[in-house]
Design a binder for this molecule. Structure first.
Ligand SMILES: [Zn+2]
Length: 227
């Protein structure tokens, strides 16, 4: 089988999804050079950082980070494009592995009990086939002593079509779209919310504001990139 795989990779070399160089056998989907050179933020080492500051006065969070800096036309954007629009779910798992091994060593994150991806719209789930945030979460959970949970936090249906609403009302709608169930599971637990790219933080804020009603809960945030 391994010989056959070697033969196949000779004809169709597996390429790095960030720079398109051929991958060595032990490399998953991002080459060692890209892994080393992608613009890490190291926000997970600081209590106060640009991501945690997004939530000041809006939502009570324990700690927050985004793993990479996002720049237009950069490799991180290219990777996110592969993850969201090219069916490359393995990008999420691989980067999730990187994030997980760093967070497992970070005092602000090493007490996390559950990894919770931001739930995806059912329609999007149908077209994409997977929730990209869940892929990142799976990768993170593989390298942390924390379990993935996709049951407690979920999306509810919006009653009116969002297109009919004004910009402000549309934001309000996002706020109402998440809900929680079987909440006793998260009582007195540390939850790590996962999303792909964080910009204004409105989606995460909506999730946090549902979760913080649970008794004794602590909510932290980890995103793949900060734009
Ligand atoms: Zn590369």
């Amino acid at each position: 089988m391994s010989l056959l795989n070697d033969f196949i990779s000779l004809i169709y070399p597996r390429l790095c999804l960030a720079c398109e160089a051929s991958l060595y056998k032990h490399e998953k989907c991002i080459c060692a050079a890209c892994k080393y050179n992608l613009p890490k933020t190291n926000f997970h080492l600081e209590v106060e950082n640009p991501v945690s500051k997004l939530f000041w006065g809006k939502a009570p969070i324990y700690s927050a980070t985004a793993y990479y800096h996002f720049s237009k036309g950069g490799k991180v954007q290219h990777l996110i494009h592969q993850l969201k629009y090219k069916g490359k779910s393995e990008v999420g798992i691989t980067i999730g592995n990187f994030i997980g091994s760093d967070l497992a060593k970070a005092p602000l994150f090493d007490t996390v009990d559950y990894i919770v991806p931001v739930p995806l719209h059912k329609k999007r789930m149908k077209t994409r086939g997977y929730n990209q945030s869940e892929m990142i979460g799976i990768g993170i959970s593989e390298n942390m002593k924390a379990q993935l949970d996709t049951e407690v936090l979920y999306r509810t249906f919006a009653s009116e079509t969002q297109t009919k609403k004004s910009r402000y009302r549309r934001w309000e709608n996002v706020k109402e779209i998440f809900a929680v169930r079987n909440t006793e599971k998260f009582e007195n637990k540390h939850i790590l919310l996962i999303d792909d790219v964080i910009t204004t933080g409105a989606t995460i804020e909506a999730c946090v504001n549902m979760l913080i009603n649970i008794k004794g809960i602590k909510v932290s945030i980890a995103c793949l990139a900060y734009a």
